[in-house]
Every structure is written in structure tokens, then in C-alpha cells.
Design a protein around this ligand. Sequence first.
Ligand code: URA
Length: 227
Amino acid sequence: MEVGPAEPDRDCPRCPRLVEFRETWRAKRPDWENAPVPSFGPVEARLLIVGLAPGLQGANRTGRPFTGDYAGDLLYATLTEFGFATGTYAARPDDGLTLIDARITNAVRCVPPENKPTGPEIATCRPFLVATMAEMPKLAAIVALGRIAHDTLMGTLGWKKSARPFGHGAVHAGSHGTSSTWPQRPLTVFDSYHCSRYNTNTGVLTPAMFRAVFSAVRAHVDGAAAR
Ligand code: URA
């Protein structure tokens, strides 16, 4: 299988609706990034966290996933608690926060109107997710934030969605890799409700529920290292 680039160009033309939205915001707010948001964290990481898409005034403004987004407050606090991040998260890309053995990416790299990417946009952006995973030689665990991230991951991995349905706290073990440049390796996907403002404000996701997922991830990654 051919694996392309892991990051879209700044002016990626693939999704007409997202290009139009990006251009609108470039005109309105030239001081914002208004571009596809690249993955954050070392390629040698064993853990990849897959979100949905940049928030308009968060990652789309700052250029770093979840940075300045409400969802980032819980995500970065939890990553720090479980040793996957160090430093102080201050909602700005120059806050010095460093990810340790973890990387964050989004299923869709460009900000969608109303935080809702369409099915075709998710499919169009999928080659970048494939390439992001392929460039991580030690990838052993993925946290899927929300059902859309889960579903797109199942498609990307060629794992049957019906056999591995999304569920908060669900753990799906399998393997990934389809070519000599991307050999088969064990991989475990951990599902979590997305840490969005809506989910946390409505109590769908509590900090304790989110911590439980990362506690399981920590144990898995540490156990895999010991084996
Ligand atoms: N910000 C991101 O970068 N991704 C999300 O999924 C939500 C907010």
C-alpha cells in the first residue's frame, strides 16, 4: 500500500466546504492559523490520541491540537496526570508543554463549520491518519475520542466495526500494518467519549471516567514495555 504524506499542505484543496470556511476565517482573522492543524508530539510515541477536528477558536486559531479548545483543558490535565505530558498547559502553542510517549492528531485536520465534519470529509482526510500511524514505529495504543474517531480508525485499520463497536471504556486489541513499509504489529484501541464541552457539561463524560481510560492506557503501555 502506498502511504502518502502525514500532513496536508497549508492550502490543502481536498474538501471544498472546508476550504471555503478556511478562506472566510483567513479574511476575518488573519492573526489566526486558519490551516490544517498538524499532529503534536514525537513520532516515536507509543500512544496516539485521535480527536475529531480542530475547534474554530481553539486549535484552528492556535495551530496545535486541542490548544485553546475547551476540550484541551481536560485532555492535557489528564495526560499530565498519567505522565504523558510535562510542563504547564497554558492554552498556547508556546506554553512549553511537552508530550511524553504520546502524540495527538485529529481525524479531520481542518476546522469544520459547527464542529461537524461530513462523512466524505472524514474519508477524504483519512490518508493523513493512515500516514500518521505509519510513521510511528513504536505505535502500540490509540485512544479514540468519540464514536467518529473510533469508526474512522476501524476503517483505517480494516477492523470490522460490527465486531468492535464504540463504547466508552471499550478496549479493542488487534494488529495493524499492511505493507513492508508498515509491517504488522499489535495495536490496542481504547475508546472514550470525546472530552468536548458538551459531554463534560452534560455529565456524559466525567473527569473520573476520562481518567479511568488513561489509567488503563498507562497500564497497557507500561505492560507492553515490560514484556
Ligand atoms: N480540538 C481538537 O483539536 N480536536 C478535537 O477533537 C476537539 C477540539
